[in-house]
Design a protein around this ligand. Structure first.
Ligand code: ZN
Length: 264
């Protein structure tokens, strides 16, 4: 009888786990924009990165070094070429927080569920060298995290305040991921429909990011996003427009940047 009960427990545990996996929006690989559930504030940084015996045996630490060099090259290329990254670099400089590549950007090995993050304690952006492996992803990660950096610098964001956190995640999703996504998914969808879908996308992404960064319930995260949504959704600084995929919005934003006082 006792074994039977034990087996039941195991099975119900397995079932719970399977259900949780099915329900969880967590992916283990980044999409082409480098977005994942669980990205962000913070990737596995302090304390979590353990040297396991397996890593040492496989000499993983050696390959890490090479991966870091490749990552730094991709970061460097984005800073030179990616229009949104260039706008963000200028915006940060104008806001009095210039980015020093060596001080503020760090390529690191992360948990496989994240592509990057912003660490407000050290004012550092982390680019995950093991998951952000193509330039397009690195560009998206940098733009997204630089919006957090900008808000932290210019808007005196307090990441411990859930409303502040929700706000910066709304802004980041709004200006990057959801703009690309809505234009791609919706195709020729009617404008009003597109607007609604875009807003839904921003709410969903921001909620997931708040959840990933804080040990709060989904309801709490969603409520924080709703509280600040209108204000933060309409704050398009410093990019100035929602970027749509397959349009030259990215370049338009780049050419408009001087009007916002950013030298590009
Ligand atoms: Zn974020």
């Amino acid at each position: 009888m006792s074994t039977f009960t034990g087996k039941e427990q195991v099975d119900s545990e397995k079932l719970k786990q399977a259900q949780a996996e099915k329900l969880s929006p967590k992916k283990t690989y980044p999409d082409e924009h480098g977005e994942l559930y669980g990205h962000d504030l913070y990737p596995e940084r302090r304390g979590n990165k353990q040297k396991t015996i397996k890593n040492i045996v496989l000499m993983k630490d050696g390959t890490e070094h090479i991966a870091r060099l490749h990552c730094e090259q991709r970061v460097f290329n984005c800073i030179k070429k990616h229009p949104l990254v260039k706008i963000m670099m200028s915006a940060l400089k104008s806001a009095g927080c210039p980015v020093d590549l060596r001080r503020h950007l760090s390529c690191e090995e992360c948990d496989s569920s994240v592509t990057g993050g912003y660490d407000p304690e050290l004012n550092q952006i982390v680019i995950c060298q093991n998951t952000a492996r193509i330039e397009g992803i690195v560009g998206s990660v940098l733009t997204h995290e630089m919006i957090h950096m900008f808000d932290y610098c210019k808007n005196k964001l307090d990441f411990k305040n859930i409303d502040h956190l929700a706000c910066t995640e709304i802004r980041a999703a709004n200006l990057t991921y959801c703009s690309f996504m809505s234009a791609m998914i919706d195709g020729d969808a009617a404008l009003w429909d597109m607007k609604k879908k875009h807003q839904e996308c921003v709410k969903r992404r921001a909620t997931l990011s708040v959840l990933a960064a804080r040990g709060v319930s989904t309801e709490e995260a969603r409520a924080a996003v709703e509280r600040v949504f209108d204000k933060c959704y309409n704050d398009l600084e410093p990019i100035g427009r929602r970027i749509k995929r397959n349009t030259d919005d990215m370049n338009k934003a780049f050419f408009d940047a001087p009007y916002y006082g950013y030298d590009t």
